[in-house]
Design a protein around this ligand. Structure first.
Ligand code: FAD
Length: 536
């Protein structure tokens, strides 16, 4: 019964709004569901019933639909009218309006079936009030993200990238990774995989405000609650049947959220996008697996004499240091080290800190790697030479000197954490609420964006076949799809972190061999680039 109620409710909301192309696409999706995931003949019949309505919409026929389902929808509406001002119903409550929560809202707003949903966004971050003032003349904020080509294309699809382009951002097409021992280096070039860029470095506040601007220019029915989630009540029973459709049972079937400002609301689906210390995850009782690395990341913005157009990463005994272009003559530093060293780095005066940076990036710890250490152009890999990538012949380069520190230094403890489950009835986790990773490969928020876009697609597919969007079987589809991808990336990053945090002779040689392998073995290099770009 729950399935039929939602099919009608959402279909009614969408009447007359879809384009011909869209409706035909939805028909295909419905057909796929009917063929594939729907196991019982009853579900198939419901799927066909929804599909059958599509041609009617295409032809513009206005078929009166006075059904029980309409009555339920109407009653929900009436009940909202009768409720105290501070209690409201939503289709989706997004807890956490950070980059990932906003990406979900944006993606929901971009699709014909999901843009009809009523969405609450709960976050006390003042940036959600749209008051973030981003001035081009200010130096970049130290909190930046390297976004992958896959993320860029998702942002373009939902219409958010045009706002990013109005602010400072830095595409890069080259990357150099090397080891302090001087035994090896790898250079990557976007042309190795016939692309124009390897990624783009953007300030987090620019990504966030771009998503916000994008949502504000859509007709998504949303309300932002400048508050925090305090508690949540989840009932395991289903949406009410015809015989059991009183106001209280209707409420009992939904999730009830209580906010720190005293407001309460009901939602069919609660999305935990509330970061690494997720309250939604805690209240739902999802367990996590993970650990703290005994490492902190020191981040800041620095200036050079000339513009930096390459992403640099050097592996030091204490962990990697990255120098990322952020536009103009600025770069962002992400320097991993143990907590004692990070306190010292934060405390030292600016001149000493700049010297320490140049020491770490350039002349300290060990010699620069030689291009021909393993023979001319890595002769032990000569059997791959016929297929050399563009970057295989690129020599090691010294990164640009840092001349000035232009921001405060921020310190973040690093951890790996993964929720054992992302989904249960009426609740789903996305972004850092579901997984946090080491920032060494700049993948964290990219994985989160992947979650957000996948979830909105799966919600849309659910609506198309009339599934209650809080149903566990629908949300588990999302979990299965994203868990596979997230776990694979987490395992790779954790492996890297461990391999590069040991300073031991034989292992150093193996690492050097790995650098040379990645430099000269073209299929391996291409796979690494494609994977890191989010395109596998
Ligand atoms: C040093 C460093 C460098 C990084 N560099 C990169 C990079 O280059 N590329 C990359 O992809 N990733 C990078 N990351 C990871 C990236 O920053 C995170 O993955 C990303 O910020 C997660 O976004 P999120 O929206 O899931 O969570 P968050 O950014 O943590 O947002 C959570 C939101 O939820 C809100 N919230 C919390 N609790 C509640 C509550 N109870 N009620 C309501 N709202 C609540 C908060 O106010 C916040 O706005 C880096 C991380 C670090 C630490």
């Amino acid at each position: 019964m729950a399935i039929v109620i939602n099919a009608h409710f959402n279909w009614q909301n969408n009447r007359g709004k879809g384009s011909l192309k869209y409706l035909l696409q939805q028909r295909e999706i419905v057909a796929r569901f009917v063929k594939g995931d729907q196991s019982t003949s009853q579900k198939k019949a419901k799927g066909r019933a929804v599909a059958a309505k599509i041609p009617a919409e295409v032809c513009g026929l206005k078929v009166p639909r006075r059904t029980f389902c309409n009555n339920i929808a109407a009653r929900e509406h009436e009940e909202n009218q009768g409720l105290p001002n501070n209690v409201v119903h939503y289709d989706i409550a997004i807890v956490g309006g950070g980059m990932v929560g906003m990406a979900l809202a944006c993606s929901l707003a971009s699709m014909p079936l999901t843009k009809q949903l009523n969405v609450a966004i709960i976050d006390s971050n003042p940036a959600l009030e749209g008051k973030t003032c981003i001035k081009k003349e200010d130096p970049p904020d130290p909190r930046v993200s390297t976004v992958t080509p896959a993320t860029i294309s998702l942002f373009k699809d939902v219409g958010a990238w045009q706002y990013v382009q109005q602010h400072r951002h830095a595409y890069f097409d080259k990357m150099q990774v090397w080891d302090y021992t001087g035994l090896g280096y790898t250079r990557y070039n976007a042309r190795d995989v016939d692309k124009e860029v390897l990624g783009c470095v953007v300030e987090n506040k620019v990504l966030h405000s771009s998503l916000l601007s994008c949502i504000q220019n859509t007709d998504l029915k949303k309300r932002i609650y400048p508050s925090r989630l305090n508690s949540m009540t989840l009932h395991q029973n289903h949406l009410p049947t015809m015989m059991d459709s009183t106001s209280s049972s209707l409420h009992a079937s939904l999730a009830k959220l209580e906010l720190s400002d005293g407001n309460s609301l009901y939602a069919k689906l609660v999305v935990g996008a509330d970061g690494a210390k997720s309250r939604v995850r805690e209240l739902t009782g999802f367990k996590t697996t993970g650990w703290y690395y005994s490492q902190n990341a020191v981040i800041c913005t620095v200036e050079h004499k000339t513009e930096n157009q390459c992403a640099w990463q050097r592996f030091l005994p204490s962990g990697p240091i990255a120098l990322l272009p952020v536009g103009d003559k600025f770069s962002n530093i992400v320097w991993t080290m143990n907590p004692k060293e990070s306190s010292a780095c934060r405390e030292m005066n600016e001149n000493d800190f700049v010297k320490a940076l140049n020491h770490a990036l350039n002349y300290g710890y060990g010699p620069h790697p030689q291009s021909n250490l393993l023979g001319n152009n890595g002769d032990i890999f000569s059997w791959f030479r016929r297929d050399l990538t563009v970057s295989a012949n690129e020599c090691f380069e010294v990164p640009p000197d840092v001349v000035k520190l232009v921001s405060g230094r921020m310190v973040f403890p690093l951890s790996l954490r993964h929720a054992n489950n992302y989904a249960s009835k009426r609740v789903v986790l996305i972004g850092d609420a579901a997984h946090t990773v080491h920032p060494l490969a700049g993948q964290g928020v990219n994985l989160g964006f992947g979650d957000a876009f996948a979830l909105s697609r799966i919600i849309s597919e659910g609506i198309a076949v009339g599934t209650d969007i809080g149903e566990v079987h629908l949300l588990k589809k999302f979990e299965a799809e994203r868990k596979r991808e997230n776990i694979m990336m987490m395992a790779i990053l954790d492996g890297f972190q461990k391999a590069y945090s040991v300073d031991f002779g034989p292992l150093n040689v193996l690492r050097a061999a790995a650098f040379h392998g990645a430099q000269y073995i073209s299929p391996l290099k291409r796979s690494i680039i494609s994977y890191a770009s989010g395109q596998i």
